[in-house]
Ligand binder design. Structure first.
Ligand code: ADP
Length: 492
């Protein structure tokens, strides 16, 4: 059951992009960290250092928050016309489009994801998202409320203030867009902490934002580690809102830090164990392909990965044979090569974790259908792996296939999880699709598709997968305060 591709990786391709931005971006200036410390960001293909990046800590967060505070309280951003804000966001999106290849190269280099994916999916989605929120900027308005007494009542929808944003490494640019887009459209200022594994692209795009005319202090980027820089941001008394994407364990810490400091409102987008359910009436070949994509996309490193593949018993055995054949065909290697579908895992920690989970899968008597080992001899590559007869599933390029008999049973089993981020249903029966869509307790249900992430579609979790929604109109409320203004009517 060995993986078929020769386990030899050629010399990694060095992308032509230069790394120009490695300092912290505070108040419109690139600056060293207060401590002078740096940390290395590594190439997941080899484990070698790409660049040394300024390491932000509490003092740098303090500096960044005071810049954002000043830009909010005194600066032009929340006060300038919404149309002008919108135009700056559109100019920024144009600059990103102009630099799309360099940005995609940098994203692949730092993260290990396929270059084609970064170039043709993630960067265009990034641009689209800023177009979308630029469109909202001048359409945010309150209501007039019919009051019982002789009063004129209106609501003002105001920006919430200084937003702290903490993002993960699996989609560095997209997570930046989901957070920064709505916050800026609503007129807030920002301190963003990027993930320590992938600090490079946030600095690059933030530089482009300033070129597009963003006033200084509106968007500050602090690279650094979670328990230092991240915790300082979440517990800062002068940060008015915190938005976080990452693990459920860290999400709990963020909520605690917010509560212990100034009760800043929190939105959390956390982990999942998303079910992907394939019914007996499904077209098997399409279902195999979609379930493969739902799990293996982005090296299996999606919070919403379809990690529990439930297959109806009537088609179970055929599905496994085909899912295994598909996994064996998956091309693994240097993500800069065009034909490569899967690059390395993000870092040695995730790499060891996934290999450990695979081992515990084997130890728990799940059937290893294919893969199960490291791919190559350097970097963090793992063979696409398929298990059947599984009890618990795994974050990484590891598909776990389970068998079910009927719809009520599979809904029950799919919902028997502390998480509720997403779910997929594959069926040609409209009644089954409707029953499942309503029965599944998850923030997104994809029917006969998966991982569709348009800017207007809200995303977020039920249960321990999070609090609140990002994207779409729903994300605006994360970044707005509602003020009721009441005045007596002179001549009622
Ligand atoms: P992952 O498993 O995806 O790495 P984490 O939750 O550890 O998830 O990381 C997501 C983001 O949260 C990163 O930017 C990381 O630096 C940050 N982070 C980790 N620990 C903390 C913490 N204690 N306080 C604030 N931020 C943190």
């Amino acid at each position: 059951q060995r993986f078929s591709t020769a386990a030899v990786l050629e010399e990694p391709i060095t992308p032509p992009v230069q790394i120009n931005y490695t300092k912290l971006l505070i108040n419109g200036q690139f600056v060293d960290s207060a401590s002078g410390k740096t940390f290395p960001t590594l190439d997941p293909r080899t484990g070698e250092v790409i660049a040394h990046v300024a390491e932000g800590d509490k003092e740098d967060i303090n500096r960044a928050v005071s810049a954002a505070r000043k830009a909010f309280d005194e600066g032009p951003w929340p006060k300038m016309s919404a149309y002008e804000r919108s135009r700056i966001m559109l100019r920024f999106a144009d600059l990103v489009e102009k630099n799309i290849q360099e940005l995609a190269q940098l994203e692949t280099w730092d993260n290990g994801k396929p270059y084609q994916q970064a170039l043709t999916a993630e960067l265009p989605m990034f641009v689209r998202l800023f177009h979308y929120y630029a469109g909202w900027a001048d359409k945010i308005h309150g209501l007039t409320v019919p009051a019982d007494g002789p009063h004129h009542v209106q609501t003002l929808h105001e920006p919430i203030g200084v937003a702290g944003q903490i993002i993960p490494w699996n989609f560095p640019l997209l997570m930046f867009a989901w957070k920064v887009g709505p916050a800026l459209a609503c007129g807030n200022t920002i301190v963003l902490k990027s993930a320590e594994q992938t600090p490079l692209t946030a600095l690059y795009v933030a530089k482009l934002f300033h070129e597009a005319g963003l006033p200084e202090g509106v968007l500050n980027i602090v690279s650094g580690y979670g328990p230092t820089a991240g915790a300082a941001l979440a517990s800062h008394m002068d940060v008015d809102k915190i938005a976080f994407t990452g693990s459920t364990e860290t999400g709990k810490i963020i909520l605690e830090l917010a509560a212990q400091s100034n009760l800043k409102p929190v939105t959390l987008e956390l982990g999942g164990k998303s079910p992907f359910i394939i019914c007996e009436d499904a077209d098997i070949d399409r279902a195999v392909e979609l379930a493969h994509f739902a799990l293996f996309f982005n090296q299996g490193q999606c919070c919403c990965a379809g990690s529990r593949t439930y297959v109806h018993e009537k088609i179970h055995d055929e599905f496994i044979a085909k899912a295994k054949a598909r996994a064996l065909k998956r091309t693994v290697g240097d993500p800069f090569k065009k034909e490569i579908e899967q690059g390395p895992q993000i870092d040695s920690e995730q790499f060891q974790k996934v290999l450990g989970y695979i081992k515990s899968g084997i130890d728990s008597n799940a059937t290893l259908e294919c893969g199960g080992e490291r791919f190559g001899s350097k970097g963090y590559f793992i063979q696409p792996t398929v298990f059947s007869n599984v009890k618990d599933e795994i974050f990484g390029p590891v598909q776990s296939i389970l068998k079910f008999k009927d719809i009520d049973e599979v809904i029950r089993r799919a919902n028997a999880s502390r998480y509720g981020l997403a779910a997929g249903v594959f069926t040609s029966n409209i009644d089954t699709a409707n029953t499942m869509s309503r029965g599944l307790r998850a923030g997104t249900v994809w029917v006969n598709c998966f991982d569709v992430f348009d800017a207007g579609i809200p995303f977020g979790g039920y249960k321990m997968s999070g609090i609140g929604r990002e994207k779409g109109v729903y994300s605006l409320s994360n970044y707005l305060q509602v003020k009721a203004v009441v005045s007596p009517l002179k001549n009622p």
